[in-house]
Design a protein around this ligand. Structure first.
Ligand SMILES: C[S@@+](CC[C@H](N)C(=O)[O-])C[C@H]1O[C@@H](n2cnc3c(N)ncnc32)[C@H](O)[C@@H]1O
Length: 245
């Protein structure tokens, strides 16, 4: 039986991410975020002038900074030491007005009702994720928008599996929950229905689901072996919901 880490153990893995990895990601994310997450998210959020946003599980804060530059008033919540240190360092030079809290989502208590809560690539990193989702919903004002990005649970190992299987994706386990070890920290697989039902149970109405596909020209120009897998199969899912008024 695989021993599943608890929330504290999971955060401890994020807390020691190598500095070069953080620095390679901290401006606008990695290739996948630049092409499959950031543009969709920004298009969906629209005009952010004066909009209060909670970046729940902010990582190195790249998204907090993008949102703040677009005019949002951003609060970044991040528990892992190496990452929160980097958010603070960048804020000292860039002065984007970020409010920064070092805490996990289960412990965080919002002081205000946010217009938007973005929880990007975070719920699948938390073993005990339901209370974290409930914090996100509680932190919204009534009518506020919840944006959740996940690695798509149906295509979690898309890129590696695609290369190993000669341009095809295979999945043999979907309905059960299990750990998906990564090079530095783990993700935790749950079926998509677990997330969607929990979002509705927490008091939200689903508004939209986006399964971003990579532009074939971007795939061809990237020179990244196997990246064409992202053109027809979605490696991510973006869920937009609204807290009941
Ligand atoms: C894949 S990273 C995503 C970071 C960032 N949102 C991004 O898109 O770059 C997962 C993040 O979840 C954070 N995390 C893990 N457990 C958490 C918890 N209990 N509460 C809040 N954040 C947590 C990690 O520290 C890490 O920053």
């Amino acid at each position: 039986m695989i021993e599943t880490p608890d929330n504290v153990a999971a955060i401890a893995r994020w807390a020691v991410l190598p500095e070069e990895l953080i620095r390679s990601h901290e401006n606008d994310g990695d290739f996948a975020k630049r092409h499959l997450i950031n543009p969709y998210l920004l298009a969906e959020l629209g005009d952010l002038t004066g909009v209060s946003v909670l970046d729940a599980g902010a990582g190195d804060g790249y998204l907090s900074r993008i949102l703040a530059r677009a005019g949002a008033r951003v609060t970044a919540v991040e528990p892992a030491q190496a990452l929160v240190d980097r958010i603070r360092e960048r804020e000292q030079t860039e002065h984007l007005g970020l409010t920064i809290h070092q805490t996990g989502l289960l412990e965080y208590q919002a002081e205000q009702g946010f217009d938007v809560v973005v929880c990007s690539m975070v719920l699948m990193a938390i073993p005990d994720w339901r209370p974290a989702l409930e914090t996100c919903v509680r932190s919204l004002r009534p009518g506020g928008r919840l944006v959740i990005n996940l690695v798509h649970p149906a295509f979690e190992k898309l890129w590696t599996t695609w290369r190993e299987n000669d341009g095809a994706y295979r999945v043999d386990r979907y309905l059960s929950e299990y750990e998906v070890p990564g090079p530095h920290a783990s993700d935790f697989h749950r079926p998509l229905s677990a997330y969607l039902n929990a979002i509705m149970d927490a008091g939200c109405t689903l508004r939209k689901m986006i399964e971003p596909g990579l532009d074939p020209e971007v795939a061809a120009e990237s020179g990244i072996e196997g990246i064409e897998a992202y053109v027809e199969l979605p490696n991510f899912v973006i869920i937009i919901a609204e807290r009941a008024a």
